[in-house]
Design a protein around this ligand. Sequence first.
Ligand code: PLP
Length: 452
Amino acid sequence: MNHPLNSWAARDQASVLHPYTNLAQHAETGPLVIRRGKGVRVQDEEGRWYLEGMAGLWSASLGFDEPRLVEAATKQLQALPFYHIFNGRSHEPAIELAEKLLSLAPAGLSRVLFSNSGSEANDAAIKLAWHYHHLIGKPQKRKIIGRERAYHGVTIAAASATGQVANHNGFGLPLPGFLRTGSASHWHDALPGENEADFVARRARELEELIAAEGADTIAAFIAEPVTGGGGVFVPPDGYFAAIQEVLRRHEILFIVDEVITGFGRTGTLFASERFGLRPDLLSTAKALSASFLPISALLVSEKINQALLAGSATHGPFAHGVTYAAHPVCAAVALETLRLYEERDIIGHIAQVSPLLQDGLRALLDHPLVGNARGVGLIGAVEIVADKAAKRHFDPALGVGARVQAAALKRGVILRGLKGDAIAACPPLIIRPAEIEELLGALRGALDDVQ
Ligand code: PLP
């Protein structure tokens, strides 16, 4: 498509290297340039408004124009625009945010390590798992177990733990020592006729077998998203994490819980760890931590690991990890205000009220000839597009059916996301209202009709 020479689109094509974008296709079609936001909607450069059914990147929890967050940022910019927390320096927003996070966090977590992104938080978690075992005299415990279909980010360790080959190909990843076990998606990965309980038992057995084959004394940590996001939106079957955690505990393998998407209400509880009974040694959060108004991530660290780090300072020297913008004061002030807003506006109560509309609406789409599965929890969900429902057969990937549904929904004014394997995801801002959920679902059904 030829864009006018000086349009934002043409300038974008001549200058921006886009993440996670088919670059050849982009050179043809150009970008969707978004210029402003209001509530759950964003507007493009031609003035069209869209309902943002993905909250941007599973992240803009309070929508796109929250004045309280603008005020919090402005106030902090005026008071102290930057300071760092290396070498024992500190500032009030860092302290207040850490305290607040710990007051909300699952039991047993007692310190907060800040970074800028979910990827960095997960890399930090993996480094801490290595460092912990090193400090307690088990330096050979190094291997990291991730899961197929998982997504943990793009930095070298987080990408290595990610279970999608697209994140490895051409980069020489995963790094040695990154192992993979099966996903928690019963719909995708169950054996013919295998019920959920048997599937869960098999997954626990497979993990046990992997650990036995590698040697428990070589394995540092297991990492998982409570609800898989970018890999396709999978809610684990009942009992899955109880069975997995039992195996991890027996072999003294740390549990890294990636709550980068699920943290702060997405699944209906503040942390998905509550909903699924998880007891993390390390818990990573980002995205909704600051409602995505500014970049910040937080890794919550267990007291056991904190104690080892503390003792390690005597023998090992300073804890040598951190980024310049860790707990950046403006980002931290915005995150703190975000957490206040969640409480003041009872975001968890709101999600309890509106999420059945989304979940029931997605499941109602099972009557559509293209929808083979509908799933989700809280305000995250997906439908799976299939060519044959009974055989769970997908369309030929070359047809790009998921991308076509995504494009058709966009034409109807709703932003959804076509994931690999032809799942269409919805993950709207947490503030979404019932009429907006109806609008989202209507556009999704219409888009499915359009490509049928
Ligand atoms: N973990 C999960 C579950 C994610 O969904 C993402 C990003 O989508 C990440 C980690 C990486 O976060 P970031 O893109 O902020 O590095």
